[in-house]
Design a protein around this ligand. Structure first.
Ligand code: 4AD
Length: 574
């Protein structure tokens, strides 16, 4: 077409529009040659508004050749892109149709249980007793036709699944353990198998076989299914558990989804270790003849200072959530001898550190007729015995190895270090106090300094003999140095303080001075003070933070990951 015959399309870079409102006429010009070309192609003649028009020059002039070429190239590229997108959409639609068709076909495959097979024994996934679980030997595919494994029935949730050449491999989980299950033949072609998602709960029956040489599966076995039923389907797509919780996800999102996170291997292993540790404490205490008591959580007295008390209205009276069961444990020793408890303690901590919770599990022991050295030896014995008991359980030891590969049982005796020596150590190593000054006697060694020192020394430390002024009202003074108390903190590398303990004042007048020093009204403490009146005794005890102990044992960065549902400032859900 000759240029003169082409329909004129107008472009005005100043007032034109690259939008549906423009049509390229004199009254509704476009803004750019590129956009105009995209609308009208090579068959139009493009006229551009002459911006710096002289007297004799026309108002519109033909678009520059270079601009037209660029616009043509762009239009061409756009066309190719559109055509590719169209092709892709067609292909995707076809694939979807094929998938829908395959799913419709899969729905037609109905499996029924073969009643001629031997009855299946119901077992848990952790069951390994040979009298219950005998395995078919060797590779099932190559074993003779008469070879049989035990026919079993299992229940669990899909921990992992993968499909390969018409066979579905499922790792089933039930809390007792894991089991690899193989669905093949029609079983793998059913709608339920084809659409199987993680966390779906199911019942499966089949034979147990050793895994073929070179292959790996939990307990070295796999189940060859002959029948299964879905009990509770879990969602796929956006709601799939793998989308809801991701290993490296944002910490707050993971805490909001803690109920799902707990199904993962790391979080659940920590919970299994926690259970084993708590059980080991109970066993060890009972081996030592300690009596377990259960003091109240709702109290009207403080133990560890007023600043971390959670107050509440108790039928019109002021009450608190307990900070420690210690005072109540002390009242139990006259009837029970040595006592302990594993209860919740509450601290209204205003700081968001990785080792502070508002609600934590407190393992507390109280020992009668002892010396301070007896107390230290007992704490050391408790901690090491609990670890030994836990490590003696193969499943738990394997979990600890996975969580904390370098873990070794600490050597005894733990290092003993007096507070005054710690102050000297911090000064020598240029670790300043909270005011950025060299540490002085009387300073409360702050968390950061304490951790630096513990990590540098890199072994458990009993830090002892803290000044009275920075410790609680009930701690007795050391006879040789009355500035300090018979108190101890056990510090562990990576975490810091795990245990806090002391001897207890057992003389009435001394206790009164302690109340007075801390500004505590003795009246509501009459039941505690009476200990001293009705047959006082040299006694002492300690509290161990279970979450901190676990953070150390399982090498977890924070105590928020060592309890089921952490509570700390700003979080009281789910
Ligand atoms: O040193 P604390 O405050 O000592 C007591 O409560 C004593 N009355 C215990 C006793 O002698 N029966 O706390 C003891 C331990 C700490 O070493 C720490 O492990 C843990 O309790 N703990 C906390 N754990 C998590 N979050 C907090 N906010 C904690 N506060 C203390």
């Amino acid at each position: 077409m000759a240029d003169a015959e082409k329909k004129a399309i107008y472009i005005d870079e100043e007032v034109g529009l690259d939008a549906a409102d423009a049509n390229g006429s004199l009254t509704a010009p476009y803004k750019s040659v590129q956009f105009a070309y995209l609308q009208h192609g090579a068959d139009a003649g493009y006229q551009v508004k002459n911006k710096e028009k002289g007297e004799a020059e026309p108002e519109w002039k033909p678009a520059a050749k270079a601009a037209l070429k660029k616009a043509a190239n762009y239009a061409d590229a756009q066309k190719k892109k559109a055509s590719k997108e169209k092709e892709l959409a067609i292909r995707q639609q076809k694939e979807q149709e094929e998938r829908d068709k395959a799913l419709e076909e899969a729905k037609k495959i109905v499996i029924t249980e073969d009643t001629s097979l031997p009855a299946a024994k119901k077992i848990t996934l952790g069951e390994t007793r040979p009298e219950i679980v005998t395995l078919g030997k060797g590779d099932r595919a190559t074993a003779g036709p008469d070879a049989r494994g035990t026919r079993v029935m299992v229940f669990g949730r899909v921990h992992r699944e993968r499909k390969q050449k018409g066979v579905a491999f499922i790792t089933l989980r039930d809390g007792f353990g894991f089991m690899q299950v193989v669905l093949s033949g029609p079983l793998a072609q059913t709608y339920d198998a084809v659409t199987l998602t993680r966390e779906t709960s199911m019942m499966i029956k089949g034979e147990l076989w050793e895994v073929p040489t070179g292959a790996h599966a939990p307990n070295n076995r796999e189940m060859h299914a002959d029948y299964f039923e879905i009990l509770g389907k879990a969602p796929g797509g956006d709601d799939a558990i793998t989308n809801k919780v991701q290993a490296k996800g944002d910490a707050q999102t993971l805490l909001d989804q803690r109920h799902l996170v707990l199904r993962g291997e790391t979080a659940s292993s920590v919970m299994f270790v926690r259970d084993a540790v708590e059980h080991a404490f109970n066993c060890k205490y009972h081996e030592l003849g300690y009596v377990k008591v259960s003091p109240p959580a709702l109290v009207q007295t403080q133990v560890e200072g007023g600043s971390t008390l959670f107050g509440l209205d108790y039928y019109g009276e002021k009450a608190y959530l307990t900070q420690s069961s210690q005072l109540y444990l002390e009242t139990a020793i006259p009837f029970a001898g040595n006592v302990y408890c594993i209860e919740k303690s509450f601290r209204a901590e205003k700081s968001l550190t990785r080792r502070h919770l508002s609600e934590y599990t407190h393992v507390e022991g109280e020992l009668d007729f002892i010396t301070f050295d007896d107390l230290l030896e007992h704490i050391e014995d408790m901690m090491c015995s609990v670890i030994e008991k836990v490590m003696a359980q193969p499943r738990i030891a394997a979990m600890i190895k996975e969580l904390n590969p370098e873990f070794t049982v600490p050597e005894r005796p733990f290092m003993r270090m007096r507070y005054t020596d710690a102050i000297d150590w911090l000064r020598e190593h240029n670790i300043p106090n909270e005011n950025d000054q060299p540490h002085e006697f009387g300073d409360d060694i702050a968390e950061a300094a304490e951790r630096r020192m513990t990590d540098m020394i890199n072994r458990p430390i009993f830090l002892t003999h803290f000044p009275a002024e920075i410790k609680s009202f009930y701690m007795p003074r050391d006879v040789d140095d009355p500035r300090v108390t018979e108190s101890v903190d056990c510090l562990m590398p990576g975490v810091g303080e795990i245990v806090g303990g002391s001897m207890r004042i057992w003389k009435n007048d001394e206790l009164m001075k302690g109340y007075a020093r801390e500004g505590i009204d003795p009246a509501p403490y009459y039941w505690y003070t009476d200990q001293r009146k009705y047959g006082g005794s040299p006694h002492g005890g300690y509290g161990l933070g279970l979450e901190r102990f676990l953070a150390w044992l399982c090498k977890q960065h924070t105590v928020r990951d060592t309890c089921l549902y952490p509570r700390y400032m700003g979080r009281c859900r789910p």
